[in-house]
Design a protein around this ligand. Structure first.
Ligand SMILES: [Zn+2]
Length: 75
């Protein structure tokens, strides 16, 4: 989806919510006191939706290591 093409129907009619983030769907509570902000991509032809945590969150090593302490990595 980030490439601008829907993996389900191959449409290029993809939209993202942009910034600033607001509303329940724009963040994900990951621990009792931390949340990730979410970039949402939606195909406006078939409705397929993809969500990614923001690059800002991904590059925040302190935040990521805190979350890794509480989440389980798949084997
Ligand atoms: Zn689609």
């Amino acid at each position: 989806m980030k490439t601008g093409k829907c993996p389900k129907c191959e449409s290029t009619n993809i939209y993202t919510d942009g910034n600033p983030k607001r509303g329940d769907r724009s963040s994900l509570q990951v621990t009792s006191w931390k949340k990730f902000f979410i970039d949402i991509y939606i195909c406006f032809d078939c409705g397929f939706t993809e969500e990614y945590i923001t690059q800002e969150n991904l590059q925040n090593e302190k935040l990521m290591s805190r979350v890794k302490e509480q989440w389980k990595k798949l084997p």
